[in-house]
Design a protein around this ligand. Sequence first.
Ligand code: ASP
Length: 432
Amino acid sequence: MGIKVVKFGGSSLASAAQIAKAVAIVVADPDRRYLVASAPGKRDASDTKVTDLLYQAYDRRDGDYAYTLATIKQRYVDIAVELGVSVDLDTPFAEIERRLTDQPERDYFASRGEYLNSLIIAAYLGWTFIDAAEVVRFSDAGQFQPDQTDVLLGNALAQADHAVVPGFYGATASGQIKTFPRGGSDVTGALVARAAMAEVYENWTDVSGLLIADPRVVVDPLPIRRLSYTALRELTYLGASVLHENAIHPVRERGIPINIRNTNHPDDPGSWIQAQAPSTPSGPAIVGVAGKTGYTAVTVHKAQWSGTHGVGQLVFDLFEALNVVVDVALTGVDAWTFVVRTEALDALEQPFAESLSVLRPDKVEFQEDLALLGIISSGAVSRNTASLRLSQALADANIEVFADAYAGDLRIITLPAARHDDAIRAIYDALV
Ligand code: ASP
């Protein structure tokens, strides 16, 4: 029998009723032995996540934080009372309040959302509580330490048949709390799955897996049943937002599949992410499409560029020195185009064109307000067919493509940001 690690997101644990649903899912399968919990999320559209309330209390630490803190405490009191578990909430909240004035550390406050929810859930299930501060290790400078964490977590899990581990945070060797970026409980879930050598990492959320396109753009898009880690990483990088992008690497390393499931529809199979998604001879021509706006294209012209050795190195060194990530690079003959995040250029101390002057270009052009779309082909139709249909769909919708590039199964199209949604709809209609 393998071990299943289950991670529940904030909306799955937002209230006692949601926690009861999650727990019913957990106990339905004896292989589900380790649970990673988020902080309570939104109960409805107008609600505020506990993590956001904690940041708010922290920001108001010099004045009016009492109401926010009381609101947070009440959420946990309600959850505990409704679930009928008795946990001492007064002591941790007294400590939180003391530290707000005596020892204000932002990450510590943010982490309390996961910490308290996990305490309650562990008590409700009668499972061991493993504090992430003991097993998820960061360096003093705040760098996550994957190898140490793997050993610490592996040892702790080996001593507990069943355990609840709070997501999102860890600590330095001396106990200072550090958090992952927002949404980081997904990362903790992946770390626990890796350390437990799990058979599967079940990530329970409020949607039935990944969808072929963003449901805010396409009406009722089809779900993606199976996809590869690579495809997931590409879609997440380009804007799909179901799983934290750093949650893929730890499980991928050990070949543990990820199954994204819906707490509110536990019978839906969800999406399976694994090393090699089988190519589907029938079905949609694409695995998925995702996109992001906020890009600028920089085109550098210089006569006699191509054929000169070391030019590429020079340009990429420059981008690296300025901390600007290049998302698309197109090399022509004597003009090269680089697509980068606009905010990265805006953050530079001196105008980017001035930095480029070391290259002595003939001309530099900037095209702003662009979007990147990533389209992953499924193999159901030939690449030529898919490619033709896609180009035709964009032409029919009168969408001008600025740049077009392939890398493996991924096609990246750069187009005007204003046409981002239209393009996704056109592609979906033509290829799904
Ligand atoms: N509670 C944290 C957040 O809101 C982490 C998480 O839910 O994954 O970002």
